[in-house]
Design a protein around this ligand. Structure first.
Ligand SMILES: NC(=O)c1ccc[n+]([C@@H]2O[C@H](COP(=O)([O-])OP(=O)(O)OC[C@H]3O[C@@H](n4cnc5c(N)ncnc54)[C@H](OP(=O)(O)O)[C@@H]3O)[C@@H](O)[C@H]2O)c1
Length: 327
């Protein structure tokens, strides 16, 4: 069949994104054809477009159909395939999602609850599953714990603040402007620091009476990782889960020695690799996102053909909520 997709033929800036007609093979046994209805724009898409991030974002052969997740409706199943029935609303984490249709392994589709709209699921499925493993499994937050979250007014930051607050933790956030501090205030944060106006590490030490944070969720990377080591409590964990400002690069392991600091660089795919854990992660994520106390704003909904504009806004630091693309 024919569908339309946003692809790249070379790595580069947002201008390399092209909207094209493409051919798609029918689903084979074990696969499902999904008609995408809301496609999330995530930082992983920017790493894929730029092509120099390593780890799970190593370059693929060209041309590449962009994207890492979408929600949609199952339109067909491969021969003899068990899976969500034709017509079921589903979400998925998987490649080639910047398209009218995508073929996915049927076992990797998450049926969506009615309480979640396509746009909210499109904007928050990947971020929600990420927040789930960060606050429930990698470092379980709860009463008595203080977390520092970098880029608190971003898509991930809004979720981490609210989920941490719900679990009873004290949440401190960093942001790039006073206006972003105002926004993040409504999303679970007890204190906010404008890291463009002051050094955040001494301020965190002050806010924690010299103790330091129990965990740091760092999605910013290059500009925040090193000072984060100065405001973490001994034996605590710095989670470098993203690199919006650039890769952290090499660092001296000895920097961890004096406080026995634990550093990890996780990726969502390892935390939902097993079908059972993926199902449980989705259950917890959907329950959280559908909770009436949780706010899930959407920055904008744009046509798929305007993916480049969505990328410019996300990497230009002008967004304070997810952007969703419509095929
Ligand atoms: N490892 C995983 O499993 C996983 C999964 C999902 C997402 N992530 C990571 O989570 C992070 C947040 O993702 P998101 O999509 O929700 O993005 P986002 O937080 O909405 O946007 C990134 C934010 O980073 C801050 N930032 C600081 N320096 C920057 C720079 N030089 N360039 C651009 N932004 C800069 C900006 O906020 P300020 O203006 O306030 O500084 C910006 O708004 C990303 O690093 C992403 O890779 C990781």
């Amino acid at each position: 069949m024919k569908t339309h997709a946003v692809r790249i033929h070379a790595h580069g800036g947002p201008e390399v994104l092209t909207h094209e007609q493409v051919s798609l093979a029918a689903p084979a046994t074990g696969e499902a054809l999904v008609r995408n209805t809301a496609i999330g724009v995530n930082y992983a898409d920017i790493y894929e477009r730029e092509g120099d991030h390593g780890g799970p974002h190593t370059a693929k052969p060209m041309p590449v159909t962009m994207g890492h997740m979408a929600v949609g409706v199952v339109e067909a199943l491969g021969p003899g395939t068990d899976g969500p029935a034709v017509g079921t609303r589903v979400g998925y984490i998987g490649p080639n999602s910047y398209a009218g249709h995508t073929v996915m392994p049927a076992a990797r589709l998450f049926p969506l609850p009615d309480a979640l709209s396509d746009d909210v699921a499109g904007g928050y499925l990947l971020r929600g599953l990420t927040a789930e493993y960060l606050v429930r499994r990698l470092f379980p937050l709860g009463p008595g714990k203080t977390a520092l979250v970098h880029a608190a007014a971003g898509g991930m930051g809004l979720l981490l603040g609210q989920w941490g607050r719900k679990l009873g933790a004290r949440m401190i956030g960093t942001v790039g402007s006073p206006a972003k501090a105002e926004i993040a205030k409504g999303f679970g944060y007890d204190a906010l620091i404008d890291y463009n106006a002051e050094d955040f590490a001494p301020r965190v030490m002050e806010l924690t009476e010299g103790r330091g944070a129990d965990v740091i969720y760092d999605g910013v990377g290059k500009s925040t990782f090193r000072p984060s080591l100065d405001c973490i409590r001994p034996r605590a964990m710095v989670i470098s889960y993203g690199t919006a400002s650039g890769n952290v690069g090499e660092f001296d392991l000895q920097l961890l020695h004096s406080k026995s600091i634990i550093v990890t660089r996780p990726t969502l795919r390892s935390w939902i690799a097993e079908p059972d854990e993926a199902r449980e992660a989705a259950r917890a994520t959907f329950a959280f996102l559908a909770d009436p106390e949780i706010d899930t704003p959407i920055e904008d909904v744009l046509p798929l053909a305007e993916a480049a504009e969505a990328h410019r806004r996300l990497e230009g630091r002008s967004t304070t909520a997810p952007i969703v693309l419509k095929p």
